[in-house]
Design a protein around this ligand. Structure first.
Ligand SMILES: C[S@@+](CC[C@H](N)C(=O)[O-])C[C@H]1O[C@@H](n2cnc3c(N)ncnc32)[C@H](O)[C@@H]1O
Length: 226
């Protein structure tokens, strides 16, 4: 598996640490985002008592939805490599008083964990240099029964397709500094390619699958049961 390129990985960690407060507001309150997180957890379908890992958990915006489903007997573990994002995630956990939700610093491509009932990743796959290998690694090391991915990428259907140029600008503007140029490929091209590879790999490795697009085709939601 390709590990994150060091410069890009440290630029992304610095970016998500520095902008964690603003990102947290967006991740929690942006129009439609709550519905997307609910949809992610619905298709993942964790049961009470399950152990669920949220890879690239950021400021922890999906943690409450997962905690709701696993209840007080289950466990939710968030992993992220940006210390500033984890500070926000820990504050969220402390505010809620959850004793069975923890977050730890780690590289999502080399997980410091073993065994989970379910794995979720939201808005992460476009940041991983080799997302297909990352998904394969999660399936082999965590051996989950269920996995779900939620991502943004370019829309291939109308009416969303018409506003792809705006989407491209937004992707460029929100790329961590120094990470936009990528061997001549546009940031949106990289994002599309990575999201497609991750979802394809996950869907191909699972027996029962579910794939849908939302919000004009910009949101890709895939889930599988093994
Ligand atoms: C766009 S944010 C999404 C955060 C969260 N999943 C959400 O839905 O709001 C992407 C997150 O992935 C983290 N990330 C990116 N690459 C990572 C890696 N290789 N290992 C761990 N975390 C990573 C970043 O630090 C950032 O917090």
């Amino acid at each position: 598996m390709t590990a994150p390129e060091p410069d890009r990985a440290s630029a992304a960690q610095a970016f998500y640490s520095r902008w964690a407060p603003g990102y947290d507001r967006l991740a929690t309150h942006a129009p439609g985002v709550r519905r997307l997180r609910t949809a992610l957890v619905d298709v993942l379908d964790p049961a009470p008592g399950d152990t669920v890992v949220d890879i690239g958990c950021g400021t922890g915006a999906t943690l409450p939805y997962l905690r709701d489903r696993v209840g007080s007997e289950g466990t939710v573990v968030g992993v992220d490599f940006a210390p500033g994002a984890l500070i926000r995630a820990r504050a969220r956990i402390d505010r809620a008083g959850w004793e069975n939700v923890i977050v730890c610093r780690g590289d999502g491509t080399r997980l410091p964990l073993r065994d989970a009932d379910a794995v979720a990743a939201s808005f992460l796959m476009g940041m991983l240099p080799d997302p297909a290998a990352a998904v394969e690694n999660w399936l082999s090391t965590l051996d989950p029964d269920r996995i779900a991915l939620l991502d943004l990428a370019r829309s291939y259907r109308l009416p969303g397709r018409v506003i792809n140029p705006l989407f491209r600008l937004a992707v460029r503007a929100s790329s961590p500094p120094g990470t936009a140029a990528h061997h001549g490929e546009s940031p949106t091209g990289v994002l599309d390619r990575r999201v497609a590879a991750a979802h394809r790999t996950m869907l191909g490795a699972c027996a029962e699958t579910n794939h849908e697009t939302r919000l004009g085709g910009f949101v890709y939601l895939s889930a599988g049961r093994r």
